[in-house]
Design a protein around this ligand. Structure first.
Ligand code: AMP
Length: 140
């Protein structure tokens, strides 16, 4: 069996966390680095490295919980007026803990958090759009 990572240790109770929700499939707890107040991580209890390793059954167990966790966080503070929900998959995407996790980052008026937004500065010609879309379509 692969060596336990930090989130496996939180799930097993070996190390503590500020837990906010738990069921048979997932655990949600505060991120130690609070990008904004209430920044929470949700992890599958079954170890998978990243989104690329979920089968349909695991995706259903885990990803369907996203709205419920998001609503609870939002309901916890009237000042929360929005939320970024994101997942870093792979080192180039900024993943630092290789146990899949979803970030819930509450947004507040004037919270000064600057998350990188997808750039709109790389338009391409119509043929290139078509080629790129077709390349992906063929994988399903
Ligand atoms: P990522 O960069 O998407 O892999 O995010 C990993 C996140 O895990 C970071 O935001 C860390 O602050 C957070 N983190 C690392 N160790 C712990 C821990 N023991 N408890 C809570 N959050 C943690």
């Amino acid at each position: 069996m692969a060596e336990e990572d930090i989130f496996d240790k939180i799930i097993s109770g070996e190390i503590p966390a500020y837990k906010v929700y738990e069921d048979d499939d997932v655990l949600a707890f505060l991120d130690l680095s609070q990008a904004t107040p209430g920044h929470t991580l949700m992890v599958p209890k079954q170890h998978v490295d990243s989104i690329f390793d979920y089968d349909d059954a695991l995706a259903e167990k885990v990803l369907t919980k996203i709205p419920k966790v998001a609503r609870a966080i939002k309901a916890s503070d009237d000042a929360i007026i929005g939320m970024n929900i994101l997942m870093n998959n792979g080192e180039p995407a900024g993943q630092s803990v290789f146990h899949s996790h979803i970030h819930f980052i509450p947004r507040y008026a004037d919270d000064d958090l600057n998350l990188p937004a997808p750039s709109t500065e790389h338009p391409v010609d119509e043929q290139t759009y078509n080629e790129r879309a077709e390349k992906i379509r063929k994988q399903f």
